[in-house]
Design a protein around this ligand. Sequence first.
Ligand code: ATP
Ligand code: MG
Length: 400
Amino acid sequence: MNEIVLLKLGEVVLKGLNRRSFEDKLMANIRRRIQHCGAFSVCSKQSTIYVEPQEDGCDMDGAYAACRQVFGVIAVTRARPCAKDKDAILNCAKAYLDGELRAAKSFKVETKRADKLFPMTSMEISQYVGGLLHEAYPHLQVDVHTPELCVHVEVREKAAYVHGPSQPGAGGLPIGMGGTAVSLLSGGIDSPVSSYMIAKRGVRLELVHFFSPPYTSPQAKEKVVRLARELAPWCGRMTLHVIPFTEIQEEIRRACPEDHFTLIMRRFMMRLAEAVARRTGAKSLVTGECLGQVASQTMDALTVSDDVCTLPVLRPVIGMDKEEIVRYSRKIGTFDTSILPYEDCCTVFTPRHPKTHPVLEEVREYEKALDVAGLMERALANVERIKIAMEIPETQSVSE
Ligand code: ATP
Ligand code: MG
């Protein structure tokens, strides 16, 4: 095969004695993410993971793109293997990077020699290959400090590899190494970003969405399913737990003061999310709350919702400006869906003057008018569970 994908490990390399299990998880995640691209072998050596096609017709573009979304990897590059011989390396560079070498104005060769038995040092290889490339492409200037093109040569155990610049990987830690969390996914901009950020730290997600038919439409629910699918290339397979919320909201409206609607509703969201966490073995909750963004996101309001939680509530976008959250949302590919104009259950029965500095004891008192346990039980008895899998391009078939 004349091309492979090389992945550089990120923080995984700092894991000391646990490193092996992190690497194994990462490789398993990679295998799953590229299985629709054909047969590949995935193995790791010296802080690098090698993704090698095993048959003709493997979808290299697809595998490369998928690898860029796997957490635990800091850099990704396509490379061409060749024999461990100085002229084979030179010819490989000419053939593989011809376009780049013609287009660049300046270049250098950088060599890493992991195979210490190779008869030349890194410096000697760079000088040899660089010198002859310079002869073959006389328009090129040698610039060892800020070259436009860096030709990388890696001499490793099995073969030598030639590649151009690498692209950043997704960073973070392999999903599955950090346990499981329940992420509350609305149809907005913030919660897909907060889900992504916690998944990036190696956490598997269970998604929870509250919907209130007929106040919220089927399209609003479809939008959330779509957001979940857009997260899947980053976060892996997930289950979306869709929890009916209409009765709870109607009851709050009937029995509680209007300025406390949202606060009490949020306490129900947290309680129900914890119930899902207990069922799924998740050890924390994730929300897209951001300090001061809306009335229910002041410190006093957060105190009121945390009051019903025993698990830690992770709020990765708590300190971000909207603009920063939007930037992430565009980067991960959820923004265009997030801004589709379908209502969320939070916008149903919005109080005209929401309480921004609630008093916990008062909220607890108002809630006594509600049958909290009964409402929870009925909502949890009617949860719809939707499996969110990776979206496979239509032309591909899945090999299980
Ligand atoms: P977002 O952009 O994520 O909707 P927001 O600024 O609109 O956030 P709120 O609507 O107050 O904020 O919701 C705060 C957080 O509560 C959301 O980020 C999400 O984690 C959770 N949440 C809100 N509505 C729902 C819902 N219908 N289903 C599940 N979680 C929700
Ligand atoms: Mg919202």
